[in-house]
Design a protein around this ligand. Sequence first.
Ligand code: SAM
Ligand code: SF4
Ligand code: SF4
Length: 338
Amino acid sequence: MMPQLQAVAPAPVTDALGRPLRDLRISVMETCNYRCPYCMPEGTVDEMALGAKQRLEFSDIAQIAQAFVANGVRKIRLTGGEPLLRRNLPELIGLLKRIDGLEDLALTTNGSLLAAQAHALRQAGLDRITVSVDALDETLFRHMSGGRGSLSQVLEGIAAAERAGFGPIKINCVVQRGLNESQILPLFEFFKNRGHVMRFIEYMDVGSCNGWRSDEVVPVSEILACLQSRYELTPMAPAAPGEVAARYAVSGGGEVGFIASVSAPFCGDCNRARLSVDGKLFTCLFASAGFDLKPYLRSAERLSTEIGALWRHRTDRYSEIRHAADARKKIEMFFIGG
Ligand code: SAM
Ligand code: SF4
Ligand code: SF4
């Protein structure tokens, strides 16, 4: 059982570059039922799967989350891998919802299993949901899921999430040169008309197994120009400090966001920590190693002190120094939560 949860609303701990700790991503499942070529290409990752034994228990995740909240975290996002492959996920959501001081609990999913789970996730207290959809063309969608996904299944999942009370739903699309530029306008129009919000993401050099090449990145400036050829877009002020998406209001209603992590890095405001499925803290998406928090699980106070100390020493700013960074092996994104 988790120890008694206390009311905590402390000022956030700040890192060596003055950035507060505000946001935590938790990978609850390192494996996935898709093999998106930009994340986990077919044939490259099965041997990396951890297996159930090394995954943190829900009570441990909740204890670690509580220690992060004690250090300033206000938002938690559950992700993976594919988080909806983790059995009994609503149980974890229920535990996290009980943490005083946590203001927002969200989840990112590929949507393939959402139709059956949306209601239970909402009932358990999940606040928000993001679904990844890279194409509206069924054949292209399937290709971009590594030959495994079904667009109609994902759209059913989104409809079930709407019925369960989620909304507006964010829809993530990674745009990769030569693959899905043709889908930018159709995706934007389809989801805007249903009251949802597209987030277009530059293809990033996360991990090592995707064979990233800079000429496959479609810069946000190009995606923006594509939408502006049809719509009037007005920049919006950030909703929260450290927000990674540049948001625009769409004339006639709705909004759209762009995540330019390659062409316009935002390390200066990065307030995000990541917890891997096996209990390691990563202070950057591009880190090559994490700090094992498991040894401190027996003492809530020690756990909180260690997390604070690790964050205070943080100097990561990979995206800003990308070209000068060494060619070290980076951790895969699905392992520490996208
Ligand atoms: N499986 C879930 C999903 O796909 O939504 C959650 C995990 S996934 C790693 C989280 C997000 O990271 C997804 O929206 C995915 O498109 C994005 N992503 C994965 N690899 C990426 C890459 N190389 N560049 C940019 N975004 C990426
Ligand atoms: Fe799976 Fe998400 Fe990675 Fe695609 S992006 S392989 S759905 S974890
Ligand atoms: Fe944050 Fe690292 Fe991404 Fe920079 S590169 S924004 S420090 S996660």
